[in-house]
Structures are given as structure tokens and as C-alpha cells.
Design a protein around this ligand. Structure first.
Ligand code: NAI
Length: 314
């Protein structure tokens, strides 16, 4: 076992060295909350992503075991584990992208807003670490309620004097992935061919799928994840990494600082580039049903944003 550990250790160092000497191009990605229901499959899928050269897995429990398991996958990324608050700074130092699925999920009967009290504090602590150790990293925030945790992160970053709205993105991809799947089912299409923009926020009535803008066009519409969320998070993180690499035309929906409505944050399509969300797209034409939905969404969203802002400013 001892020999195996030494061999394993040295092969990890060799691989890390090889990259440092200009081997395969890749980005350094940290997952905070990597041992959770979303974190584990997310870590597994990121280990399979050829754009990732180093993968840091941080959690307050079970990080070493998850790291050992994932590190045995014979793909390129070098995996390192970090357990508990004292190791947070090492987990974050040098990262290009930080994905945050840390926190408690909803239990039956709870709304995403019920999670506020616990998750707000967790997100604040993690974002203070980011401000200190990797202020230039792109942040993908998954912890709910996203409508409030993104404003919380923004306030923490403002306090630290490093807030760049382009680099802070609330992950709403699950809403898009679900909408694509449901619309494809109704229309009998391959979901990969369907593109439903989902705007507003990520809770209840704030989730507004713009069915009038679905590609290919359709007329009708019927109708807490971990595995599909991990898939959605990887889809979004991969888009962020392709943007960082300089690919053209990378467009996804995300909850970002925005001037599209009178609210300071709003989810719409954004173009991802070397600096994060480089362009925030307008809503496009809405039908009557969507216009009514938008007004409802804005009302609830405004309260959730305010709640997040007051949590830090109070
Ligand atoms: P989970 O409870 O299975 O995992 C959460 C992980 O976070 C645990 O491993 C826990 O130890 C860890 N954690 C707790 N406090 C931490 C801290 N201070 N620092 C680092 N890690 C910490 O929960 P699950 O199902 O993975 O969900 C995670 C979050 O994602 C929840 O807030 C949930 O509501 C949210 N979510 C967001 C979605 C979205 O579309 N944005 C979709 C589904 C869930």
C-alpha cells in the first residue's frame, strides 16, 4: 500500500509538472461543496472535461474520500482534496473557475427561500475566501436561493473591493436543461436541438421560460435535483471555460448583474468570454403570457435580491 501511495503521489506530481512545463492547456477549477449530492457527480464530470488540468475538491466533510475515488479516473486533470475551513485558502489559491454547490438542499415542503438562513452564511464565508485567494476567478454560484446568494456574493466582493459583475454568475442552467427536455418531449424532438431561453431568476414564478422564442418554433407547452443539476453545472462550467479559452459565440442563460430590467440582477442569455459574462442580451419580443409572467417574476425577484443585499449590509 505504501509503495502504491508513493507511486501514486509521484505520478500526480509528474502530471502536474508536465502541465506546468507547457503540456496540455487547461484551467484550474475548484468545487466548493464537492462531497454533496451535486458536488460528487459534478466532480466526476469535471474530471472528464479535457479543458480542466487541475481540480480542487473542497468540503467540510468527506472530501478526502471523494478525492481519492475521483483521482483514480484515468483522465488528464490532477485532483486534490481539501477538508474544512483551515484548508479553504489552499483550495482556492490560483483557481480560474470556482463552482459552488455548497449548502443545504430543500426538503419536501420547503421553498428555496427557506434555505436562506443557512446558505447565506455559507456563501458569505466561501466568497470571502475567493476575494482573498482568487479575486480574478469566474464564480459559478449554484447554492440556493440563487436569487439571493448572487446578491450576497456581490456585496461580499464589493466590500473586498474586487467585485467584477462579469465574473459572478448564478447558475440557472438546470431550468434551461429541463425546459429543453420538456419541450422536446412534447414536440417529439431531440432535446439537443431545442433551445428555450429561461429568464428572470431561479425560484418559483421568477423562472420564466420564453416559449415564444423557442428554437425550433413550437406552439404548445405542458408542463431537488442532483444528477441532472450536476450535468447542468458541467454544461455551464464548460461554457465558461470555452469562453476563458477565447472561443467565439458561447451563449448561455445565467443570473447576473444586469440592466435588462430595472432590477440589479436578472437571468437572461449572456455571451461568455475571457472576462466572464462579456455581453448581457436583451429579453427579445415577449408574448402577452410572458409579459404577465415577467411582472410577477420581477416582484418576487426584487424582494429576494433585497434580502440578500441586506444580509451583508445590515
Ligand atoms: P447536499 O447537502 O447533498 O450537499 C451539500 C454539500 O455542501 C455537503 O457535502 C456539505 O458538507 C457541503 N457544505 C456545507 N457547508 C459547507 C461549507 N461551509 N463549505 C463547504 N461545503 C459545505 O446538497 P445538494 O443536493 O448537493 O445541493 C447543494 C445546493 O445546491 C443546495 O443549496 C441546493 O438548494 C442547490 N441547488 C441548486 C440548483 C440550481 O439550479 N442552482 C439545483 C439544485 C440544487
Amino acid at each position: 500500500f505504501h509503495l502504491f501511495s508513493i507511486m501514486e503521489g509521484s505520478s500526480i506530481l509528474r502530471r502536474a509538472d508536465c502541465r506546468a512545463k507547457g503540456g496540455a492547456p487547461g484551467f484550474k477549477v475548484a468545487i466548493l461543496g464537492a462531497a454533496g449530492g451535486i458536488g460528487q457527480p459534478l466532480a466526476m464530470l469535471m474530471k472528464m472535461n479535457p479543458l480542466v488540468s487541475v481540480l480542487h475538491l473542497y468540503d467540510v466533510v468527506n472530501a478526502p474520500g471523494v478525492t481519492a475515488d475521483i483521482s483514480h479516473m484515468d483522465t488528464g486533470a490532477v485532483v486534490r482534496g481539501f477538508l474544512g475551513q483551515p484548508q479553504l485558502e489552499n483550495a482556492l489559491t490560483g483557481m480560474d473557475l470556482v463552482i459552488i454547490p455548497a449548502g443545504v438542499p430543500r426538503k419536501p415542503g420547503m421553498t428555496r427561500d427557506d434555505l436562506f438562513n443557512i446558505n447565506a452564511g455559507i456563501v458569505r464565508t466561501l466568497c470571502e475566501g475567493i476575494a482573498k485567494c482568487c479575486p480574478k476567478a469566474i464564480v459559478n454560484l449554484i447554492s440556493n436561493p440563487v436569487n439571493s446568494t448572487v446578491p450576497i456574493a456581490a456585496e461580499v466582493f464589493k466590500k473586498a473591493g474586487m467585485y467584477d459583475p462579469k465574473r459572478l454568475l448564478g447558475v440557472t442552467t438546470l431550468d434551461v436543461v429541463r425546459a429543453n427536455t420538456f419541450v422536446a418531449e412534447v414536440l417529439g424532438l431531440d432535446p439537443r436541438q431545442v433551445d428555450v431561453p429561461v429568464v428572470g431568476g431561479h425560484a418559483g414564478v421568477t423562472i420564466l421560460p420564453l416559449l415564444s422564442q423557442v428554437k425550433p418554433p413550437c406552439k404548445s407547452w405542458t408542463g431537488s435535483a442532483t444528477l441532472s443539476m450536476a450535468y447542468a453545472a458541467v454544461k455551464f462550467a464548460d461554457a465558461c471555460l470555452r469562453g476563458l479559452r477565447g472561443d467565439a459565440g458561447v451563449v448561455e442563460c445565467a443570473f447576473v448583474a444586469s440592466e435588462v430590467t430595472e432590477l440589479p440582477f436578472f437571468a437572461t442569455k449572456v455571451r461568455l468570454g475571457r472576462n466572464g459574462a462579456e455581453e448581457v442580451y436583451q429579453l427579445g419580443p415577449l408574448n402577452e403570457y410572458e409579459r404577465i409572467g415577467l411582472e410577477k417574476a420581477k416582484k418576487e425577484l426584487e424582494a429576494s435580491i433585497q434580502k440578500g443585499v441586506s444580509f451583508i449590509r445590515k
